[in-house]
Design a protein around this ligand. Sequence first.
Ligand code: NAI
Length: 268
Amino acid sequence: MAASLHAGTGRLEGKVAWVTGAASGIGLACAQRFTAEGATVVGLDLHETEDWKRSFDGAAKLVCADVRDEDAQRRAADEIVAEHGALDVVVTAAGVAAGGPAHLIPGDEWDRVLAINLKGTYLTCKAALPHMIRQRSGSIVTVASVEGLEAAEGGSAYNASKGGVVLFTKNVAMDYGRIGIRANAICPGFIDTPLFRSIFDLEAMAEQRERTRFQHKLGRFGKPEEIAGAALFFASDDASFVTGQALAVDGGYTAGKSIGVTEKMGLV
Ligand code: NAI
């Protein structure tokens, strides 16, 4: 069964949850935590990973599909409802990182990032919403980024995609709130996942890694489980009056800029 830091207190007992990007990092941590909290979880990802297999050992289904594939997403949502009778929670964690300022990023790379991060999120919601509308209930949790709240050097396409996810989420909250569907975005700081390590473990990024770490006022990068905790809050009835929010879960990254005074005061 799912290895989790948390024993679980049944906060999602009886709920059916669909998590994209579930085979790795933040999505995997959400799938693990939701399972520990009593939910039936169905994941969606490009491929099954060893981490997914180790975590669930056949106890949860992973649909292998691309979030850019509208038909596959619709089929996945329809099958979840056919098999489990409902779709209560959706987490959209599938995503890719990309770099490059506007004059350097190739147009097809821009399209790829927007297609996965932003359109993929929209397609997941589009597939889930007819079921949630019929139920007149549901909680959608999108995974944006602190880079969807403020700009970051060289982050043109990624930031545009994540800023789009934040506003799209608020639109979903506006359009469907009156029939009982909530939608909230999580904006993680830098979280230690395979995606993060593919960038910050590069030798050439050592100095940037240290500077980025220091911008987190808690002095460290986040763990996937810490994003899953926020996703659990939004997914659960504890957040029954919370919708349309973009919550930075970022160790204080967006609280303000560090200019070196903390070190002078000996608070490092
Ligand atoms: P990860 O690379 O560990 O996991 C992402 C998962 O999404 C992978 O399993 C991958 O196969 C899947 N995926 C990618 N493209 C897909 C596609 N076209 N169709 C289906 N699945 C696809 O990355 P991580 O760090 O867990 O990221 C999850 C989300 O969190 C992403 O949207 C990312 O942008 C966001 N995020 C991550 C941060 C970090 O520091 N790790 C910070 C802020 C946001």
